[in-house]
Design a protein around this ligand. Sequence first.
Ligand code: FAD
Ligand code: DHB
Length: 410
Amino acid sequence: MKRTNGAMRTQVGIVGAGPAGLLLSHLLALRGIDSVVVENRSRAYCEARQRAGVLEDGTVRLLRESGLAGRLDREGLEHGGIYLQFDRERHHIDFRALTGGRTVTVYAQTEIVKDLIAQRLVDGGVVHFEVSDTVVDQLTSDRPMLRYTDADGKKQEITCDVIAGCDGFHGICRPAIPAELRTVREREYPYSWLGILADVPPSTDELIYAHHRRGFALHSLRSLTVSRLYLQVDPDESIDNWPEQRIWDELARRFDLPGSGWELKRGPVIYKGITPMRSFVSAPMRYGRLFLAGDAAHIVPPTGAKGLNLAMADVDVLAPALEALLKGDEGLADSYSAACLGRVWRATHFSWWMTTMLHRTPGADEMETELQLSQLRYVVSSRAAATSLAENYTGYPPRLPDSFRYPDSL
Ligand code: FAD
Ligand code: DHB
């Protein structure tokens, strides 16, 4: 960032210090491009926000190639599959065997955000936390403006070449695109997830996705001593109705495997929260000199563990596109939206498929339950069906060679 007579100037103004905004700032810095990140929350809040935990193969590779995987390589837990549980049986889906060795890595989003913030600060990057009143303006000019009030209450204005809207689903960048130029596809699901973090070693070596007549449950983890578990609950459910004892009792019921000797270990709950479930895609992901990335442009229900991975994949495409744009070549910037939306729609379908196969729809009849069970039996008994799940879960399409572009018509 440059300051001349009080006026601030940067090449790329980035709204949002989530995984998308921070990684983009880093990838641009590797290309010698200057950026400023503005974030309306505090650093501590961003680093503690409990969200994702599963990284695709390609995401790990991207973080490694860009020099961000030191702690991830030491502390991340590589998983070669998941369990699908239904009808009181637990079946293993072996990703390594089905995909020629591909895996996922359990490493919390909180840790990725900590790593990214630390790296930006070590590298002299500029991240302004606790800003308010963020506004993006003059987006169709070649000098878009980023305005905000800083943490000390002073109004600031940065002249940019490009603005990246990485400000999540509730941000201000997507609404800055005229509504008539946006196509929105959206679906809300009639259930939410109640998620807990518990100070107890996981009761499983790999994630368990459980279909149950009382509703879906997921057993994930954060480390060998901390478990992350989720329960399907009604969309209007209040967290106050769920004391620890009730949460553990319900989890134990949904993961129960009679006669197996398996038991769910219980421990102190250190965090609990409820998340709504939605599929949402807004296209195109570009308006003039504004580029959207991550949850600002698209949301998936969490069942396929895709949201964070999509956010990282977007900025992996965006960084070289902005580098070329700043040198006067608009080609990659023009195809940015189409390049991302191919992957976004694949993940949107996969997340919808996992979600509807595993959750109980309130009011649904026995027909729906039988159809879900038939699909689940097919996935665990057909190599073709299991391979499809494994390929999508570990990341499909795999990161593409630079020469590959989706057709613009997508
Ligand atoms: P965000 O992380 O939302 O970051 C946006 C940032 O912009 C925020 O810091 C916000 O404070 C800031 N901001 C907003 N408005 C403004 C403004 N006006 N001015 C300045 N700053 C602003 N994904 C996976 O891949 N795997 C998983 O296992 C997984 N599990 C999940 C489980 C749960 C319970 C939830 C809720 C999500 C899960 N996800 C998962 C999704 C994943 O967390 C998101 O997709 C990811 O956070 C998207 O990153 P982002 O940077 O695009 O947006
Ligand atoms: C986690 C979240 C998910 O949505 C998922 O599908 C798997 C794991 C997690 O938070 O660990």
